[in-house]
Design a protein around this ligand. Structure first.
Ligand code: BGC
Length: 801
């Protein structure tokens, strides 16, 4: 890896699925895996996948005689196919030649994927192939590939095959393969003119239509060549074979430029019409690449985190920002899509939207607030469905689903295949009602970063009120406890979904959920005092919230139950947690390594993870991740608990010893909560989180889609945690504690209509205000508040303890 590049210098078929995911190119509208253009999907090495942001379809499968419906992120027609052969011989494939040289390079600065291969075929012909590809950041519909093919020791006639392939299915995730997978029905494919083919396909259930048009041209010596072509057209496949004469040591260039339009696009008449009309207007590969590169450079100017002093962390951090911005970008704004947990990079978790937003939005809030609005609007538009879900479940307000897809209904699967045992087992993780706290928290955090009163007034407040109402009706007063409790839920730790021996799913009083419920209610009460009275009255009427409801909110926020372990100060993950058995960690770690999916392992051993004090990921510790100790103390005080910040380290130590880190999010949280008390351990956790996708530490999960929450989480650790960035009491606070490994750090943020440049070293911090139009802003550095005006620059000495 170098500053801006990830380079693979050897061909390794085993690594290919991982590389395909990591070399995915996208623009916030669609993404295509970094698969080789000459290969078809083969379930082992190659899996070309193209995914549309929010492009879902539902299919019904039969499992053990039962019908189950899943909504998947659709694998759309493959626009990549480009291959060659010596006329009449076998088509080129790396598996059939001797590879003499191989370099694959992902250039994140310009969003370009390059592959250089020198190889020898069975007839001793040596050839050099340089392939370049981009998905345009400048034009959300555009992608292109360019080939430069040089016969090094031979001359002769070759055939070049270019195609659009709609015969694809969803088969990227092995454990979903026994489920229905044919999401596309062919509509039409044909040749538009001499050098352009097109294909139209539609999803079987959601009736989402996509048109692709591909123009393939050949250049020789920089000049365009007219070459003989033959087309094969079937309803779901369009192909052209071009015949070209090659001379030894003379490169021929091939360009394939593709436009993709869908029936969800705006400012269009009809997808095929747009694709065919617009493709004629496009210039060549280099010109198109140049405008995409410029778009990327503009994005990087705003979004880069520069740390020239650490050349190991730097490129990985950039890779994380790169994949985040390929998943959601300015091209996403205005589209009805959420931010998927696994990017648009693969089929794991079916492109669904989870609480991972919580880890992703802080980066966007401080740079691309219009993008956060777009993603929050995804939630706002699904408020009616969440209201319906709440009522169906016997509550009021709005209850968002744990996994969300097209229309906001619950998309969690009800059974899942344990690949370790081959058994289908019930999946009750949908009981993670804490997703609702995350949605409200995200609205509030967006408001904190932007001070966007209009959004809060007209959209955000409604979401917060409805979620508060939900929490206030799921919380039930227990006469026995003299407090409110929330029963039958699952916390962030998905290993625990029921009590051992219990028939019914769900746990009582998950501490994280209960505290978050109180936080949301508090927040709703605060917002109701901030907005103008007439708007509050409107919203109370719209959401059917009465004064009695508000009184109940108050009461719940003061009398919520939080379990503790025995007489200690350690918060219990849920009521009854302490009765569980201790888990033999050493034995299992020795056998399975540090990061284990204990739920799968134990199920395959006919045991049950529910029996043990063993967490998949941070649960109680999420509280210390999301809130400062001051905020937490005041929330606990309000509830009538004397929680002391000094006890946080005990809580961390207790759960750290009982967590398997079966989710990549876990290490982010652990790194964060240790940042101030134990820098060394914080850094070790950070490093693991940082490398989780690049090194695929979970052994095979990254190839099914990157972990966007963990990627954004590591970036956020650098931007907020290590700089002590916090928005509190109308002040933007900094209290930097850069780890020893990060000696310098530079980035920009947008805070309440200002652009600020920030430069950190271990003993200095420089804040530079861009010239802007907003009023003065208060910035606090290590406890002292300063007033900044536009155009100002100030330097601060940083005290290190
Ligand atoms: C984690 C969840 C997360 C989901 C999607 C699961 O493995 O347990 O917390 O939301 O993955 O990233």
């Amino acid at each position: 890896m170098s500053e801006w590049k990830i380079t693979y210098d050897a061909w390794d078929p085993e690594q290919q699925p991982l590389r395909e995911a990591l070399c995915t190119l996208g623009n916030g509208h669609f993404a295509t895996r970094g698969a080789f253009e000459e290969e078809n999907a083969d379930e082992q090495v190659h899996y070309p996948g193209t995914y549309l942001a929010g492009g879902y379809n539902r299919l019904v499968s039969t499992v053990s005689g039962e019908k189950i419906e899943n909504e998947d992120l659709v694998n759309w027609p493959n626009w990549l196919p480009l291959s060659f052969r010596v006329a009449g011989e076998e088509w080129f494939s790396l598996s059939k030649v001797q590879v003499l040289e191989f370099i694959q390079e992902l250039d994140m600065k310009q969003g370009l994927l390059t592959r250089t291969i020198r190889f020898q075929d069975t007839a001793q012909r040596e050839t050099l192939l340089v392939s370049r590809r981009f998905v345009s950041m400048a034009n959300p519909h555009l992608a292109a590939q360019a080939w430069e093919l040089t016969p090094l020791n031979w001359s002769g006639e070759i055939e070049i095959r270019t195609a659009l392939d709609g015969r694809v299915i969803n088969s990227g995730v092995a454990r979903y393969r026994s489920l229905e997978s044919r999401h596309l029905e062919p509509i039409k494919a044909d040749q538009l003119d001499e050098d352009t083919i097109y294909l139209v396909a539609q999803t079987t259930q959601s009736k989402l239509r996509m048109a692709q048009a591909a123009r393939t041209t050949v250049y020789y010596d920089g000049k365009r060549q007219e070459v003989p072509r033959q087309s094969i057209v079937e309803p779901d496949y369009a192909e052209q074979v071009l015949r070209v004469s090659c001379s030894q040591k003379q490169a021929i260039a091939v360009e394939k430029v593709v436009l993709i339009y869908t029936s969800r696009d705006f400012a269009i008449s009809e997808p095929l019409l747009e694709a065919c009309e617009k493709i004629e207007r496009l210039g060549g590969f280099d010109q198109l690449l140049a405008s995409s590169r410029r778009a990327w450079l503009r994005v990087w100017k705003r979004c880069d985190l520069e740390m020239a002093c650490n050349q190991e962390v730097q490129p990985v951090l950039r890779l994380h920002v790169f994949h985040l911005l390929q998943t959601v970008s300015a091209n996403t704004v205005g589209r009805d899509v959420g931010v998927p947990a696994r990017g648009w990079h693969g089929e794991a978790y079916r492109g669904h939207i989870f609480w991972d937003e919580l880890f992703i939005f802080p980066f966007l809030n401080l740079r691309l607030p219009d993008l956060t609005i777009a993603l929050l609007m995804y939630r706002y538009r699904r408020l009616p469905e969440a209201r319906y879900a709440a009522v169906e479940a016997g509550y009021r307000g709005a209850m968002y689903p744990w996994q969300s897809g097209s229309n906001g209904r619950e998309e969690s699967q009800i059974i899942h295949l344990n690949p370790k045992s081959g058994r289908w087992v019930p999946d009750n993780t949908f009981l993670q009602r804490h997703i609702n706290a995350a949605v409200a928290y995200n609205v509030w955090q967006y408001y904190q970063a932007t001070h966007d009163r209009e959004f809060l007034t007209f959209y955000g407040a409604e979401v917060i009120f409805e979620i508060a109402q939900f929490w206030s009706t799921i919380a039930i007063f227990s006469q026995e406890k003299g407090r409110y409790e929330i029963r039958n839920v699952v916390g962030p730790d998905e290993y625990h979904t029921e009590y051992p021996g219990s028939e019914a799913p769900g746990l009582n009083n998950n501490a994280y959920t209960n505290v978050m419920a109180v936080w949301v209610i508090q927040c709703a009460l605060k917002v109701s005092k901030m907005l103008d009275t007439s708007r509050v009255a409107e919203l109370m009427d719209k959401c059917s919230i009465s004064t009695e409801d508000l009184e109940r909110w108050q009461h719940i926020s003061q009398r919520m139950y939080v379990p503790f372990i025995g007489e200690s100060n350690v918060i219990a993950q849920f009521e009854g947690y302490e009765q569980l058995d201790e888990f033999p960690w050493e034995e299992y770690k020795a056998k399975y390594g540090e990061a284990m999916r204990l739920d799968r392992i134990l199920e395959s051993e006919n045991d049950n993870v529910n029996k043990y004090k063993a967490s998949k990921q941070a649960d109680v510790l999420m509280l210390f991740y999301l809130f400062s100790s001051e905020e937490l103390t005041s929330t606990f005080e309000r509830m009538g608990y004397g929680f002391k910040p000094e006890t946080i380290p005990d809580n961390i130590a207790y759960y750290e010893a009982r967590t398997s880190h079966g989710s990549t999010l876990s290490k982010i949280v652990h790194s964060w909560v240790l940042a101030r008390s134990d820098r060394k351990r914080s850094w070790t956790n950070f490093e693991i989180a940082l490398m989780s996708d690049v090194e695929d530490i979970q052994g095979g999960t990254t190839s099914e889609g990157i972990h966007l929450g963990a990627m954004a989480g590591t970036v956020d650790l650098v931007q907020r945690c290590y700089t002590g960035l916090e928005i509190r009491d109308k002040v933007l606070w900094f209290n930097p504690v850069l780890p020893d490994e990060i000696e310098c750090l530079n980035f920009q943020i947008r805070y309440r209509s200002h652009w600020l440049s920030l430069n950190f070293t271990h003993d200095k911090m420089v804040i530079t205000f861009d010239k802007g139009w907003s009023k003065q802003v208060k910035i606090g550095v290590q406890g002292q508040v300063y007033t900044f005006k536009t155009g100002e620059k100030r330097e601060f000495d940083i005290k290190r303890d």
